[in-house]
Design a protein around this ligand. Structure first.
Ligand SMILES: *[C@@H]1O[C@H](CO)[C@@H](O)[C@H](O)[C@H]1NC(C)=O
Length: 224
C-alpha cells in the first residue's frame, strides 16, 4: 500500500515536471498565478432566469438583461414550440427572404377569469424580464412552494402557469410572479399562447392531505 502511494506521487511529480518543461518552465518562481479581482470573478458566475409576468427584476441585486413580451405558439394549433419565450422589444432580422414554410410566434395572454391575481389580468398580454443573479449560480424553480430552502435566496414567487387543459397546445410549466404586470393597452382574445393557473388533481399520486385540489398551485424561483 505504502509503496503504491509513493509510486503514485512519483508519477504525478514527474508528469508535472515534464509538462512544465514542455512549456519552458523549469523553476517554481517561473510560474505566475493570476487571481482575477473579486468583482470580475463574480461577474463571470451567476444564473439567468426569466421572471414571467414582470417588466422588472427583483431588487435583490439581480441585473436585468432585457424585458419584453412573453411569447409562444398559437394556442389552437399543434406544432410550433412547446415553451414560452421572453421576446425582446427590439428584434433584429438577418435575412429579407419572404419565407413560405413556417412556424409561428405569437404574444401571450393571461386566462385568469380575473381570479387569484390582484386587479384585472384576464386576456391581458403577459410581460417578462430576463434577470441575472450575479452572485448566485445555482437556480431551481420549486413547484408548490412559496418559500425557498434554507441558505437559498428567493428571486421571486407566484403561481405555476401553463397552457389550459384541453387545448391542443402544450406548454412548459412556468412560474409567474404573484403580483404580475400586464402590457398596457392590451385586452383581446387573441390566438397566442395562454397562461392558465394549475390545480392539483389529488389522490392520483399527489396525496390530498398536503395538496388541495381547489387552489392555484404556487411556485418559487430560488438561487444559491
Ligand atoms: C438570404 O436567403 C437567401 C435564400 O433565400 C440567400 O440566397 C441569401 O444569401 C441570404 N442572405 C443572407 C444575408 O444570409
Amino acid at each position: 500500500m505504502g509503496r503504491l502511494v509513493f509510486l503514485f506521487i512519483f508519477v504525478c511529480f514527474t508528469k508535472n515536471i515534464l509538462q512544465g518543461r514542455a512549456q519552458g518552465i523549469t523553476k517554481a518562481k517561473d510560474i505566475t498565478v493570476v487571481v482575477p479581482p473579486e468583482e470580475e470573478n463574480d461577474a463571470e458566475a451567476g444564473a439567468v432566469y426569466v421572471r414571467w409576468g414582470k417588466l422588472t427584476c427583483p431588487s435583490n441585486g439581480a441585473v436585468m438583461l432585457y424585458n419584453g413580451y412573453a411569447a409562444g405558439g398559437p394556442h389552437n394549433r399543434p406544432g410550433n414550440g412547446a415553451n414560452y419565450l421572453c421576446a425582446p422589444k427590439d428584434p433584429q432580422y438577418l435575412n429579407d427572404t419572404k419565407i413560405s414554410v413556417t412556424s409561428y410566434l405569437y404574444g401571450s395572454e393571461f386566462m385568469t377569469n380575473n381570479q387569484v391575481f390582484t386587479g384585472a389580468t384576464n386576456l391581458k398580454n403577459v410581460p417578462c424580464a430576463v434577470c441575472h443573479s450575479q452572485r448566485r449560480s445555482s437556480l431551481v424553480m420549486v413547484p408548490g412552494k412559496t418559500s425557498c430552502h434554507e441558505d437559498w435566496t428567493r428571486e421571486y414567487y407566484g403561481y405555476l402557469m401553463t397552457s389550459p387543459s384541453g387545448y391542443v397546445q402544450n406548454m412548459k410549466y412556468e412560474c409567474v410572479d404573484s403580483l404580475p404586470d400586464t402590457i398596457p393597452g392590451t385586452q383581446s382574445d387573441a390566438t397566442g399562447a395562454i397562461f392558465s393557473f394549475v390545480v392539483v388533481v389529488c389522490g392520483n399520486g399527489l396525496p390530498c392531505g398536503p395538496y388541495d385540489g381547489s387552489k392555484a398551485v404556487t411556485c418559487s424561483v430560488c438561487t444559491k
